[in-house]
Ligand binder design. Structure first.
Ligand SMILES: [Ca+2]
Length: 358
């Protein structure tokens, strides 16, 4: 192969993507949920929602402020629309809440109403579920949610109480499956087990901040932050143990290994592991034809290693990874596929971008 042909084939493998700024001056925009093909509902960590029109690039306020615990990693976190949103205006969201001197991750619902002056407000705000126990720690709240016609999937981090991730009597370090009222889903694996929380679907997670249900296959996938190294992308299965803190591919920040090693029988193996850590946040499974080179792959935001991460599988196994927008140095907080087939992401610097093919 001549050098020119070789160089051309390298370029064709990962052709550049186009980045277009849609909104700015958002305050740590943590979660994105599309209302329709033009409007995205975005959470700000401080407790505020905004609506951004991705066509006109205008931002509209939502008149309520949720009272959230904002220290450390706490705040208003993820948001998702009900599958019947067009009829009931219902949204679900998660946030960190202070209870006495402790904090925990809470799932809530509300109705998002558009006023005649184009402003928005929330009505009937209700807390549906409190992760237990509340502890005094400002990190590892999780939290991402996925809402279907009959289920709410929710992740909760270990709240820096590692052993709780293996404790079935705590919601920390778990993927939960709830009904639409925030109660344990009747199909859950530990629903009849004494001393176990009935809301648990899977356990042994450290701090999962990416969750997606792939429509075509029905598979639920999550990623989670490792300690120093050892971020994981996992296929989430009923009742399974994902290992934290018994096993990890990461290490303590001060050097030593963690737990019993990297793998153990009876503990789920990750489909992909990041060493060093990218600090994954936000997850979408891209199945549109609009950006052919991203079709049928996971797209993950990277906070620490500042890029948009693409993971492609083949027969359920890791095939390849690509990293986009590394030189832009954006801490990517959430990633969604828009109804228009383009990719949208938010950054900790308050920016909201659209990604398309050049
Ligand atoms: Ca693990």
């Amino acid at each position: 192969m001549s050098l020119i042909v070789f160089l051309f084939s390298l370029v064709a493998l990962a052709s550049p993507l186009k980045l277009e700024l849609i909104a700015e001056n958002l305050v740590i925009p943590w979660g994105i949920a599309f209302i329709d093909s033009e409007r995205a509902l975005i959470t700000e960590k401080t407790g505020i929602f905004k609506v951004v029109n991705v066509k006109t690039k205008k931002t509209f306020p939502v008149k309520n402020k949720i009272s959230v615990f904002t220290s450390g990693q706490g705040g208003l976190l993820d948001v998702a629309l009900d599958t019947d949103f067009k009829k009931n205006n219902k949204i679900y969201f998660t946030y960190a809440k202070e209870i006495k001197d402790d904090q925990t991750t809470v799932l809530a619902s509300a109705e998002l109403i558009q006023n005649p002056d184009s402003s928005y407000e929330l009505k009937n705000i209700n807390d549906l579920f409190f992760a237990q126990p509340a502890v005094d720690a400002s990190i590892h709240f999780g939290s991402r949610i996925v809402v279907t016609a009959s289920e709410i999937w929710m992740t909760v981090g270990d709240r820096n109480q590692r052993d709780l991730a293996q404790d079935l009597n705590a919601h920390m370090g778990k993927v939960l499956k709830l009904d639409k009222n925030g109660k344990a889903h009747p199909s859950n694996p530990f629903i009849n087990q004494k001393g176990a929380k009935p809301e648990i679907w899977s356990y042994g997670h450290r701090n999962p901040q990416g969750l997606v249900l792939i429509e075509k296959t029905g598979e639920l996938w999550a990623h989670e932050h490792g300690p120093r190294g050892g971020d994981e992308l996992n296929l989430i299965t009923k009742g399974a143990n994902y290992g934290w803190p018994v096993v990890s591919h990461g290490r303590e920040y001060w050097g030593p290994s963690i737990g019993e090693g990297k793998e153990k029988s009876g503990i789920q193996k990750s489909v992909h592991i990041y060493v060093p850590s990218i600090a994954p946040c936000g997850l979408t499974y891209y199945s549109s034809d609009k950006i052919p080179q991203l079709k049928d792959s996971f797209l993950i935001g990277a906070l620490k290693l500042t890029h948009l991460n693409q993971v492609k599988l083949q027969d359920g196994k890791f095939l390849k990874e690509n990293r986009f927008f590394e030189k832009e140095e954006l801490r990517i907080r959430d990633v969604e596929t828009g109804p228009d087939g383009f990719i949208y992401f938010t950054t900790d610097s308050g920016l909201f971008y659209r990604v398309s093919s050049i």
